[in-house]
Design a protein around this ligand. Structure first.
Ligand SMILES: *Cc1c(COP(=O)(O)O)cnc(C)c1O
Length: 366
């Protein structure tokens, strides 16, 4: 595997106050970059001081939105060590996104070592206050300076990191959600399965409209019939309906979340089967009206679990669990977050300490 060269900053920044981190406000001292050139592949992986990018004004990403990204966190354990959560899943998903967007894929070991080596260098930036973490944002952009549309022959992989606050500093707070029946986030055959910036650009209007009406996010319906529930905001979604735990099945327009997958596996180990199936908005509303919609929550890396306290659809409002977090979602949060922060044992082998040797780092000094 290629060696990752390190150039340290000569101007390290002061670390921000751990009580006012917010999300994506502060960035660490360095970034990792590598470049892709057709015929050569990915080359020159390097960690350099954090700085603005220089791009040709015709760079493909600026015109045609050819961009993919990932999101994962580094967690400070009680023993002071730093760990990642299933990082290889992010590396593989980024390659799947790359395939959909005709961007170059990357050797999995290189993708994993980029994350590990970068966090190892920046580990002082991983905060330790409860619920805080270092959010990692790798992304790939098409950098070729041309307005012509054809295969991508130049791209850049860049990894930046931001210390972030707990999503819910005062405990898990349920949010109100508006069911969106006009805009759609993604369609089958489109890019819903890929983690790409364009999906977010297309989602912004509905999210803004919901916020103006006092809702924190929208619940997306499928793009073909506007009938089946897909995701909530930029999270996957789960429900507990008359005892059954349900999550929309991955039909091609839903982002395959790693937190979603981990919850399904964790619950299976506890004897709870999650039904991955189609769930129509009519079934959901009927369950709410019958008092059978027991709990609902969004699920993703940023919040882990974001309980839904109320749903609004076509002018009617439905409270869920009296607007309070339910016991099922709370336990799932405690179990998942416990593994992520090293507060609970990890029988699944999901956690990944950053202070381990690289796959073939024989003799190389870091
Ligand atoms: C990233 C993302 C998710 C959640 O994925 P995780 O791997 O659990 O963080 C869900 N939906 C969308 C649209 C996303 O972009």
């Amino acid at each position: 595997m290629q060696e990752i060269k390190i150039t340290r900053t000569t101007h390290p920044k002061a670390k921000p106050d751990q009580n006012s981190l917010g999300f994506g406000k502060y960035f660490t001292d360095h970034m990792l970059r590598m470049d892709y050139t057709a015929g050569i592949g990915w080359h020159d992986p390097r960690i350099v001081p954090f700085a603005n990018l220089e791009l040709h004004p015709a760079a493909v990403v600026l015109h045609y939105g050819t961009e993919i990204f990932e999101g994962l966190k580094a967690y400070r354990r009680p023993d002071g060590k730093v760990q990642l959560f299933r990082p290889m899943e992010n590396v593989r998903r980024m390659n799947n996104s790359a395939r959909r967007m005709a961007l170059p894929t990357m050797d999995e070991d290189l993708g994993l070592e980029a994350l590990r080596a970068f966090v190892e260098l920046e580990q002082d930036w991983v905060p330790s206050a409860p619920g805080t973490s270092l959010y990692l944002r790798p992304f790939v952009i098409a950098t070729e300076p041309t307005l012509a549309l054809h295969g991508i022959s130049e791209a850049a992989y860049i990894l930046i990191a931001s210390p972030v606050a707990s999503y819910f500093p005062d405990g898990l707070k349920p949010v109100d959600i508006l069911i969106e029946d006009e805009d759609v986030r993604a369609v089958r055959g489109g890019t819903g399965e890929a983690k790409c910036g364009g999906n977010y650009a297309a989602s912004t209007r509905a999210g803004d409209r919901a916020e103006d009406k006092g809702y924190s996010q929208v619940l997306w319906l499928d793009g073909v019939e506007r009938k089946y529930v897909e995701e909530v905001g930029s999270m996957n979604v789960m429900f507990k309906i008359a005892g059954e735990v349900v999550t929309p099945k991955l039909t091609g327009s839903i982002l395959p979340g790693i937190t979603r997958k981990s919850a399904i596996e964790l619950l299976a180990s506890q004897g709870v089967t999650v039904s991955e199936r189609l769930l129509s908005v009519d079934e959901l509303i009927a369950a709410a009206e019958a008092g059978q919609l027991e709990e609902a929550w969004g699920i993703g890396t940023a919040a882990i679990i974001s309980p839904i306290g109320g749903l609004a659809y076509r002018g009617k409002k439905y409270a869920i669990h009296g607007g309070e977090i339910g016991p099922f979602a709370q336990k799932l949060y405690d179990d998942l977050s416990g593994i992520q922060w090293g507060l609970k044992p990890d029988p699944f082998g999901w956690t990944f300490p950053v202070d381990q040797p690289a796959p073939d780092a024989t003799g190389s000094e870091k």
